[in-house]
Design a protein around this ligand. Structure first.
Ligand code: FAD
Length: 357
């Protein structure tokens, strides 16, 4: 048997730890708070799972595998974590993201529907479509109950509650550092991520919004979903956010973002725009320069791996990313060059069109 420590029980770390244990490794998780803490990016109430990533096949394929693994986790645990509601890409016709996405999904045999703004009215009780040229609908996409799913991934794994540091590192053959927004402070000068504040709002809509699809306005940039499990309708601005420290970030949303979410609702979903806000969450993105993830061996420490840079789109991929990382750790495959340490050139725009520097 070979031993591994995974530092960080967010979706990346918990998925990797679970997969290594499934392969016969002796695994310990180290987590400074609790698995699924709302301080972590994986501790949100919900996260979207969509297959569309423009023409970057790698993530589309990963999302397909991840969906299968999420459904297996739901089946094994008997805990509901998946809402099969689909996802609508609102297309203003400004860019070519949705066309490239549609071509990729079709080529890979995934179902899509291209709807006129009028036809898209069947998806929601109200849709404002004056600025829309069309809607690309992914019927097999959906919404994950993120915090619950993260806790299920970590369930049953031996977990030490402490903050690990490279100065006093775990003494196992392999150490996977999956520290989310804390990774740059654990490895200053080696890991460069922009840690950016995000505000999410839940609107108190009526029951007709229950089970309506997730949505993403790629150019907008906004995303969210209909009422899921009584949480309300989620609307989140996805523009640039301020730099923050995850330990000291005050978790109250900004009035500007609340106004932006309301203005978006008024434009896109006229009915919920009048609904009260019944909840909000503040969290942080860990952004790489190009929105590709970070999966790399430590340059100086044999057996150490650095995993992160979810870049606002990592959650959905968790269990499939765990398989990929476990393959890299076991030497069964090389990490992809676009996941390497170091400066990133270009912009894959795997989240929305928003570019943060
Ligand atoms: C508001 C918001 C909305 C998002 N929406 C989506 C979406 O719709 N779809 C999607 O796929 N993705 C989405 N994402 C992105 C996704 O949530 C993240 O990419 C993903 O959760 C990152 O997981 P992680 O495990 O890397 O980090 P985290 O979940 O932050 O986990 C890191 C963990 O490591 C622990 N830790 C850190 N340092 C140490 C240490 N030294 N010792 C011990 N423990 C430590 C932390 O306490 C934390 O629990 C969203 C993110 C945010 C913030």
């Amino acid at each position: 048997m070979t031993s591994a420590t995974v530092v960080g029980a967010g979706v990346f770390g918990a998925s990797t730890a679970r997969e290594l244990r499934r392969r016969g490794w002796e695994v310990t998780l180290v987590e400074q708070y609790a698995p699924g803490t709302v301080l972590s990016a994986s501790g949100g109430d919900t996260r979207l799972l969509r297959f569309g990533h423009g023409d970057v096949d790698w993530y589309t394929r990963l999302a397909v595998r991840a969906r299968q693994l999420w459904l297996e986790l739901q089946e094994e645990s008997g805990q509901p974590i998946w809402e099969p509601v689909g996802l609508a890409w609102f297309d203003s016709g400004e860019g070519d993201f949705s066309r490239r996405t549609e071509e990729t999904l079709t080529r890979l045999g995934l179902r899509t529907e291209r709807l006129t703004p009028e036809a898209a009215r069947r998806l929601y009780p109200s849709v404002g479509g004056e600025d829309l040229s069309s809607v690309l609908f992914e019927p097999d996409a959906g919404v994950l109950h993120a915090r619950r799913a993260t806790q299920l991934l970590a369930a049953g794994l031996p977990t030490d509650t402490r903050r690990a540091t490279p100065d006093d590192p775990p003494r196992t053959d392999v150490v996977v550092w999956a520290c989310g927004a804390w990774l740059p402070q654990v490895f200053p000068g080696l890991v460069e991520l922009k840690i950016s504040k995000r505000d999410v709002f839940f609107f108190g809509v009526d029951g007709s919004w229950s089970g309506t699809p997730g949505f993403a306005d790629y150019d907008g940039a906004f995303y969210g979903h209909g009422d899921v499990g009584g949480l309300g309708m989620k609307i989140a601005p996805d523009g640039a956010g301020e730099d923050v420290n995850p330990d000291t970030l005050e978790r109250s949303p900004s009035p500007e973002n609340e106004r932006a979410a309301r203005a978006y609702a008024a434009r896109r979903f006229p009915a919920p725009a009048r609904a009260p806000i019944i909840g909000s969450r503040v969290c942080q993105y860990s952004l790489t320069g190009d929105t590709h993830f970070l999966v790399a061996p430590h340059p100086d420490r044999a057996g150490w791996w650095l995993i992160g840079g979810g870049s606002g789109h990592g959650f959905k991929h968790g269990p499939a990313l765990g398989e990929y990382v476990a393959d890299c750790v076991e030497g069964k495959r090389e990490p992809e060059p676009f996941h390497a340490l170091g400066p990133r050139a270009g912009q894959a725009s795997l989240r929305t069109a928003t570019v943060e520097r």
